[in-house]
Each structure stands twice: as C-alpha cells, then as structure tokens.
Write a protein that binds this ligand. Structure first.
Ligand SMILES: O=C(O)/C=C/C(=O)CC(=O)CC(=O)O
Ligand SMILES: [Ca+2]
Ligand SMILES: [Mg+2]
Length: 372
C-alpha cells in the first residue's frame, strides 16, 4: 500500500474538454468519485458542497472511496488529468504560531525591541489575507511590484519589483462545517474538514515598509499557493500529538480539549534541492486553538475558510529565507554553485510534508516569473 493510498486526499481534476469534478488520490492515480460513488455532490467543480455536509458524510465517503479504490474501477492516471484549486476559498487567515519564527522575525524586523510582543503567549496572533489570490500548486508566481523602504532614514521609498521575494512554509486548515454568527465553534474535528500545504509568498521589502501599524498587506496578498490535495483529518489520526506545553496557561477558551498538534515533517526545496526540513509538531499554537480564537468574538467561519498555521520554523530549520539568510546577510549556496539570499526569477519552490507513518500531504510548488 503506497503512502498516498492511505491518506486518500481529496482534490478537483478535469480531463481535456470535460468539466471539473471531485477525486480522491490513490497513489499515482485519481479516483473519479462522481463515477465511482454515483453521488452528485462529487460532480461539483470544488469540494465546498461536499465539505458542507459535515463529519458523518465525510467519514462515510472516505470508507466508500477506500472500497471503490480496491475494486480498481474509475481510476485515472494522474498524468492524464489537470488538477485545480480544490476549494472555493471563502475567507483566508494566516496565523503566526511558531515561537522560533516569531522570535526570528521580531529580531530581523524590529532590532532593539523585545522580539516577542507581550500578547504572543496569550493568544494566537494572526491577520486576514486575500482569499481571491489563493492559487493552486503549479500556478506561476509573478514577482510583485511595490514600494520598497527608503535607503536612508527619513528618505523616500523607491518603487519597483520586490528585491526580497521570499517563501513561507505553512500548514493550512480547511473549514467544512460553518459556525453561526454570534456563536463559538464547537469541537475542532466537527468543523475542520482537512489539511493542506501552503506557501505564503512574501515580499520582505514591501512588507517591511507597509506593515506599520496595521500588519501584513500587499507584501503578502499577491499570491498564496496551496496543494491540490486536502487530506481529511481522519487520515491523520496517527500523526496527532499534544503540542508543546504553554506557559502561561492560556485563558479557558484556548485550553486544548484534545491533542491537535500534528507530527508532520515539512521539506522546503528550491529548484529540487532541500534547503530546510522544518518540523510542524512543535508549533506553539495548535490549530484547535486557532479555530477557538477565530470565533471567540462571535465571528463566524464558513465552508471553504482557510486558516494557515504561520511559518513553520524549527530551531535549526527555518521555513523562510529571511530567517535562513538572516535577512540576506548570510547567503547560502545551491548545488549549482549559485548563491541565494532571496528568490530569483525562474526559481521553483516546492513544499512537501509527510507523517511519521508515511502519509504524504502532497506538494505545493510555484515558479517565480519576472515582474511586468
Ligand atoms: O513579525 C512580523 O512582523 C511579520 C511576520 C511575518 O511575515 C509572518 C507572517 O506571515 C505570519 C507567519 O507566517 O508566521
Ligand atoms: Ca505567513
Ligand atoms: Mg500570502
């Protein structure tokens, strides 16, 4: 049994000249679910109608898909189909859940200040992103233009292509069952359908100039890439871990009712070469806490909402180049001898993740194309 077979992640595919429909990945094949299960909900061009059905339907479909995969009918080779953005992204939120990443970025962006702000250990800090620019793996990423910081204090910003284009390796969570306005989310597993991989492309020069005091904006909104596969929570039972101890203890609404940390090994590759292997399991804030925080004020979440963990950085393996190169001060070399600080036009960034028991979460890849 191949790793991908056990994960049975969901995606959306099409064959030439045919409409998009829902499939399940089975190794290097995709199971045509509408054909295999005869269910209209899988003839939709996105996963949203299926995700809205809720956990009982998700479980039943997963069992039926596993059974159908065994019979071997309605399986198409992956290289004969096109994969699409699997969900219609409703709202997109990005958190900042790694203690290492938050500390590193604090040092880099705010030298001389305390790197971790006083709120950081009390709530999962996050910001709202641009859901309309979430793109599927393989979509070319155009280098953004924007205002870059003045080169001297008090000077004027310059305008042009970002000179500090970066990647951020993240894990994303997709909401299936919505909450009602004015009410808090219930159990994590009742709302969250599954897990994907996210690259939150970041233009560090644009970001550094614009973010004061309201936070990330155009430096991150030009594109966010996701894997074509959403791995259902049920496939990740064996990867669940407690999450690190938290000091001080967070307020009651953020206390962990069940272990929703995930033992995922991420890999960041540039042009096929591994540059970091950040561990997700040690992320300070776990995704159940993020969902609780998202709705504690009565704000609702909708089917198709995507919330990302924030950059996954470990003590030795940062999930971004701004950390890896200390803001460009320490270039690294790729095997072809080329020195890198930030991304160059033509670079391809690929993120993958696997569980300890060999379930592969797919990959998210994107190639940088020159600014216009
Ligand atoms: O510390 C900052 O001001 C900015 C941090 C980020 O750019 C990271 C962000 O997108 C959240 C994350 O990925 O952890
Ligand atoms: Ca991010
Ligand atoms: Mg982004």
């Amino acid at each position: 049994m191949t790793p991908a077979r056990r994960g049975l992640p969901y995606g959306v595919f099409s064959r030439p000249g045919e409409p998009r429909r829902v499939g399940v990945r089975v190794g290097d094949q995709v199971l045509d679910l509408a054909a295999a299960l005869g269910d209209e909900v899988f003839a939709a061009p996105v996963l949203n109608p299926f995700m809205a059905l809720g956990r009982v339907a998700w479980r039943e479909a997963r069992e039926r898909a596993a059974e159908a995969a065994r019979t071997g009918d309605h399986l198409l080779p992956l290289d004969a189909v096109t994969l699409h953005l699997p969900i219609e992204v409703a709202d997109y939120v990005d958190f900042y859940a790694s203690l290492e990443h938050a500390t590193n970025l604090g040092r880099i962006l705010r030298p001389g200040e305390e790197p971790l702000k006083p709120n950081w250990r009390h709530l999962p800090v996050g910001y709202h992103g641009r859901s309309g620019t979430v793109v599927v793996s393989g979509t070319p990423i155009r280098r953004p233009c924007g205002q870059r910081p003045p080169s001297t204090p008090g000077g004027r910003p310059s305008f042009g292509p970002s000179l500090r284009l970066d990647l951020e390796a993240e894990v994303g969570f997709v909401v299936g069952t919505p909450t009602r306005l004015g009410e808090r989310a219930g159990a994590f597993e009742d709302h969250v359908f599954g897990v994907t991989l996210v690259n939150d492309w970041s233009a560090r020069d644009i970001q550094a100039w614009e973010y004061v005091p309201l936070g990330p904006f155009l430096g991150k909104s030009f594109a966010t890439s996701v894997s074509p596969w959403i791995t259902p929570l049920d496939a990740l039972e064996g990867a669940r871990v407690e999450g690190p101890p938290q000091e001080p203890e967070p307020p009651a609404y953020l206390r962990r009712a069940a272990p929703w940390g995930l033992d995922l090994a991420l890999r960041v590759q540039i042009n096929g070469e591994t540059v970091a292997e950040p561990p997700y399991r040690d992320m300070y804030w776990t995704p159940d806490q993020m969902l609780a925080h998202l709705t504690v004020n009565g704000a609702s979440v909708r089917t198709g909402d995507l919330f990302a963990s924030g950059t996954v950085s470990g003590p030795r393996d940062p999930g971004s180049l701004v950390e890896l190169t200390r803001n460009g001060a320490e270039p690294f070399k790729l095997a072809d001898g080329a020195a890198r600080t930030f991304l160059e036009d033509g670079d391809t960034v690929t993120l993958t993740a696997t569980t300890r028991d060999g379930i592969c979460l797919g990959e998210v890849s994107g190639t940088v194309v020159p600014a216009t």
